[in-house]
Design a protein around this ligand. Structure first.
Ligand SMILES: Cc1cc2nc3c(=O)[nH]c(=O)nc-3n(C[C@H](O)[C@H](O)[C@H](O)COP(=O)(O)OP(=O)(O)OC[C@H]3O[C@@H](n4cnc5c(N)ncnc54)[C@H](O)[C@@H]3O)c2cc1C
Length: 375
C-alpha cells in the first residue's frame, strides 16, 4: 500500500496535518495508536486557550493570525463552532515575564490591548481577585478552541477529501529505503514517499535521537463548581494566564462540562514515560491547584467536579520543534509543544503539509528549528 505521505499520530497536530495534506491533493494515511479522539495524550479535556498577545515570543504572532483564520475555515467546513472569543488576560507583576512578554508582542505587532490594574480588572471581570501588586493585559481576541472536536473536524474533512485514517494501529518502526519510507505497524506494513511524525509525547519513541530534547511531563487539571456562577460563565470571564508567586496558572470560563477549569503550567514537574503515566489523582495534585483558587479566584473555589491528567512534551527552551529529521530529509517532525501548542494546530497542519510536500514552508519557523537545540 503506497501513499504520498504517512502521518504518525492523529492527535491535535496530526489531524490538522492529514487534513492539509489531503487539501493539497496528496494521498495520505494517518495512523493513530488509540481511538480518535482519545484521552491518553495531550489534546483532551474539552478546550484549549488561544491568545494573540503572545508572551512567549513575538515570532508566534504571524502564525497565530493564520491559526485564527484556519480555525474559522475548518469550523465552516465542519458546520460546527470550534473557536470561542472570550477576551484574554495576561496577569502578574508589572515586571514579570507574562506581562512584559505580552506587552512586547502587542507593541511589535500592533495588537489592540489594555493594561489594567488589579482593581479595574476586578470591577470589569469580578471573577478575578488579584492583589494590588499585579496588573493585567486585556486582549479582546483571546478565547479558546474545542480540542477534541477540532480533531474530529480535521479528520472528517480529510476523509471527505480522500484521506485514509486508521485508529487503534500503532506504528512500531519505520525505515528510509531508497526514495521512500517503509512503516511497520501492529496491523500491517505501508510505504510512502514522505513521513510526518506528530506523535506528541511519544515522539521520542519514534525518533529516539530526540529523547533528550522532548520530555513528557504529567499535568493535572481541575474543574470546580463556582460559588458565584455568573462570574465564570461564557461572556463574563476572559481566559487567562497568571504569573503568581506560586507558579504560572491558566483558566477558562465554564464550558462543555460543568465547572471553572484551572491548571498550573508544569504542575508538579513530574517527568514521565507517556505509556506509563500515573492517571490517579492524589491529594497533592488538587492542593497545587486549590492554592490559586483560594488566593485569586475565591468565587470559583467550590466543590470539585472533575480532575484529569494530561501530558506536556517539553523542549529545553519551551519553543516548539518543527523541522526535518536530522538525517533523513523525507521525514518531518512536529513535537515539543511545551504546553502551549494546541492553539496553533490549524497552522501547524498547513506548515507540515508544505514541509512534507515541498521541503519548505512559507511561514517563518526559525524559532522552531532543531539546530537551536543542538547548539
Ligand atoms: C493540561 C494541558 C493544558 C493545555 N493547555 C493548552 C492551552 O490552553 N492552549 C494551548 O494552545 N495548548 C495547551 N496545551 C498544549 C496542547 O494541548 C498540546 O501542545 C497539543 O495538544 C499537542 O498536540 P500533539 O498533536 O503534539 O499531541 P497529541 O494530541 O497527544 O497527539 C499525538 C498522537 O500521536 C499518537 N501516537 C503516538 N505514538 C504513536 C504510534 N507509535 N503509532 C500511532 N500513533 C501514535 C498518540 O496516541 C496521539 O494521539 C495544554 C496541554 C495540556 C496537557
Amino acid at each position: 500500500m503506497h501513499y504520498d505521505v504517512i502521518v504518525v499520530g492523529v492527535g491535535g497536530m496530526g489531524s490538522a496535518t492529514v487534513y492539509h495534506l489531503a487539501r493539497l491533493g496528496s494521498r495520505v494515511l494517518g495512523l493513530e495508536q488509540f481511538d480518535i479522539p482519545h484521552d491518553q495524550g495531550s489534546s483532551h479535556g474539552i478546550n484549549r486557550i488561544i491568545r494573540l498577545a503572545y508572551a512567549e515570543h513575538p515570532d508566534y504572532v504571524p502564525l497565530l493570525r493564520r491559526a485564527y483564520e484556519l480555525w474559522r475555515e475548518i469550523e465552516y467546513e465542519a458546520g460546527e463552532r470550534l473557536l470561542f472569543i472570550t477576551g484574554g488576560i495576561d496577569a502578574g507583576a508589572r515586571t514579570g515575564e507574562v506581562v512584559t512578554g505580552s506587552l512586547h508582542s502587542c507593541q511589535v505587532h500592533n495588537i489592540p490591548h489594555e493594561l489594567m490594574d488589579a482593581s479595574s480588572l476586578g470591577r470589569r471581570f469580578p471573577g478575578y481577585r488579584l492583589p494590588d501588586d499585579m496588573v493585567a493585559v486585556y486582549q479582546p481576541d483571546g478565547g479558546f478552541v474545542l480540542s477534541e472536536r477540532s480533531i474530529v473536524a480535521h479528520v472528517t474533512a480529510a476523509q471527505a477529501l480522500g484521506a485514509t485514517v486508521r485508529g487503534r494501529e500503532r506504528v512500531l518502526e519505520w525505515a528510509v529505503d531508497g526514495d521512500g519510507v517503509d512503516v511497520l505497524t501492529d496491523r500491517g506494513r505501508y510505504r510512502a514517499g514522505k513521513l510526518v511524525v506528530t506523535a506528541g509525547p511519544w515522539t521520542a519513541k519514534i525518533v529516539p535521537a530526540l529523547s533528550s530534547l522532548l520530555v513528557p511531563e504529567r499535568q493535572v487539571l481541575i474543574w470546580t463548581q463556582p460559588l458565584r456562577p455568573e462570574r465564570f460563565r461564557l461572556g463574563a470571564f476572559p481566559v487567562f494566564m497568571l504569573e503568581a508567586p506560586e507558579g504560572l496558572f491558566y483558566g477558562l470560563p465554564v464550558y462543555g462540562i460543568p465547572g471553572f477549569k484551572l491548571g498550573k503550567y508544569h504542575h508538579r514537574r513530574e517527568r514521565v514515560d507517556p505509556s506509563h503515566v500515573d492517571r490517579d489523582i492524589h491529594p497533592e495534585d488538587e492542593e497545587v491547584l486549590r492554592e490559586a483558587l483560594v488566593r485569586y479566584f475565591p468565587d470559583a473555589n467550590g466543590p470539585t467536579l472533575t480532575l484529569t491528567t494530561c501530558l506536556f512534551t517539553n523542549t529545553p527552551d519551551g519553543h516548539f520543534l518543527i523541522d526535518a529529521h536530522p538525517e533523513f530529509p523525507q521525514v518531518c517532525i512536529a513535537a515539543g509543544f511545551s504546553g502551549h501548542g494546541f492553539k496553533f494546530a490549524s497552522v501547524v497542519g498547513e506548515i507540515m503539509a508544505e514541509l512534507a510536500l515541498e521541503g519548505s514552508t512559507r511561514w517563518d519557523i526559525g524559532l522552531f528549528r532543531l539546530n537551536r537545540l543542538l547548539g
